[in-house]
Design a protein around this ligand. Structure first.
Ligand SMILES: Cc1cc2nc3c(=O)[nH]c(=O)nc-3n(C[C@H](O)[C@H](O)[C@H](O)COP(=O)(O)OP(=O)(O)OC[C@H]3O[C@@H](n4cnc5c(N)ncnc54)[C@H](O)[C@@H]3O)c2cc1C
Length: 387
């Protein structure tokens, strides 16, 4: 498998890197301090093609694939992890689900709006009693004539208050646990939809996280995605891409932690020496750099496999598990190298330290990634050495 970048991928990387370092960096600190979502940043990202990066040209996208999305999210996260959340969910979950499971009519109606950034796509799976246990969702969808009536609430939905398209997983058959779930495309102006509680989080301050409320919410029957009963398959199948997205986000955070550690450690002197001249600092730098390289290889491998249409559930989970862990150790060590000033808002590492934490929680906690990986590994052993 080739993990080297093609010329086209280098060009994409340069484009998004330039954008992130100039336009995004100009607003990131304030947006994260104020807790504001930067509409104009998403509009610019859409203009550059990054809101339809995996969408075919005939639906208004640029069709560059998962690997390019990884490069994009990595560069965005090096500057602002909050921005990367919306871009990741929009591309790797919402766009992907409509593209893979939607009817032709649905693709023609929604994908051009999503790729152009007019409609930001969000993904609503989590409920108060259904976090890691997706099969416990209660939200109901009952067919009445040519509509479905949705009742229930979704919590912790990233960018839910800015959504133009909401992918919702609901229960169409209360009798069947996993086969009784279905996916729907809901628009915020469908009657009965509203935004509920807004979460006040530790990090990712420029990314809103909200409750979505559905009270007799009327959704056209044509907005059922795929067929009734496919909800679990759609929800979990698309998470492979979502997890590669979060691995990329964590990779960007880890890279910035290392960058900041080295830049700071070269400037700061104690005991007549630069911090980078102490062996204790060098070991931290060596561990960070090695971990980041390994994480990048895992993430790039998973992305290449996905682009080649290969099953990559294990590889996506490995990339997420490892990269999100090393991102957290990297921000910890980088902040330690900064000393007291690293604990203040004056230095970038304080924000990245807070932003890294959630990467081990959303789109499947690290414990759930271990369940996924071990299930796949045991299956492989079953095939190699049948009992
Ligand atoms: C900032 C943020 C943004 C989010 N965005 C979205 C979004 O856009 N859309 C969406 O649908 N959801 C979103 N979520 C929800 C997120 O995906 C869930 O929080 C996550 O899946 C974990 O579920 P939970 O919080 O209910 O924890 P729980 O499932 O209650 O887990 C609590 C703890 O128990 C552990 N645990 C649970 N089951 C097991 C087990 N079988 N074995 C071992 N340990 C176990 C978990 O690993 C965890 O450590 C977001 C969450 C946050 C914090």
């Amino acid at each position: 498998m080739n993990i080297q970048l093609t010329d086209e991928e280098r060009m994409i990387q340069k484009t998004i890197r330039d954008f992130a370092r100039k336009d995004l960096a100009a607003v990131a600190d304030e947006a994260n301090r104020e807790g504001t979502f930067q509409d104009e940043i998403y509009a610019s990202l859409a203009e550059l093609g990054f809101m339809g990066i995996t969408v075919p040209e005939k639906y208004g996208g640029v069709d560059f694939g998962t690997f390019s999305l990884v490069l994009t999210l990595e560069e965005i996260s090096r500057v602002c992890a909050s921005t990367a959340v919306a871009v990741s969910v929009h591309n790797s979950l919402a766009n992907h689900i409509v593209l893979k499971y939607g009817s032709e009519e649905m693709k023609e109606k929604y994908l051009p709006r999503m790729a152009s950034g007019e409609a930001i796509g969000v993904y609503a799976l989590t409920e108060p009693d259904a976090g890691s246990d997706v099969s416990a969702i209660r939200m109901s969808a009952v067919k009445r004539g040519d509509e479905y009536i949705l009742n229930g609430s979704k919590i912790f939905i990233s960018t839910g208050d800015k959504a133009g398209v909401i992918i919702v997983i609901a229960r169409t058959d209360p009798e069947s646990k996993t086969k009784g779930m279905s996916a729907f495309l809901v628009e915020p102006d469908h009657p009965g939809f509203s935004v509920g509680k807004v979460e006040h989080k530790m990090g990712l301050k420029a990314s809103s996280t909200v409750e979505l409320v559905f009270e007799d919410c009327r959704v056209p029957a044509a907005n059922l995605i795929g067929e009734e009963g496919m909800g679990m398959q759609i929800a979990l199948g698309s998470l492979d891409g979502g997890r590669i997205g979060i691995a990329s986000q964590a990779l960007g955070i880890a890279q910035t932690a290392l960058d900041e550690a080295v830049l700071f450690g070269r400037e700061r002197k104690q005991f007549g020496k630069r911090l980078v001249d102490f062996q204790a600092t060098r070991w931290k730098i060596a561990d960070m750099a090695t971990n980041i390289d390994a994480a990048r290889l895992l993430t790039y491998r998973a992305a290449r496999m996905r682009d080649e249409g290969l099953p990559c559930t294990k590889e996506a989970s490995m990339a997420k598990l490892f990269t999100t862990r090393i991102a957290n150790t990297a921000v910890y060590d980088s902040l330690q190298i900064h000393g007291g000033v690293g604990y203040t808002e004056e230095f970038k590492i304080e924000r990245f330290f807070r932003d890294a934490r959630v990467t081990e929680i959303y789109e499947g906690t690290s414990e759930i990634q271990r369940l996924v990986i071990s299930k796949q590994v045991l299956k492989e052993y079953e095939q190699m050495y049948p009992a």
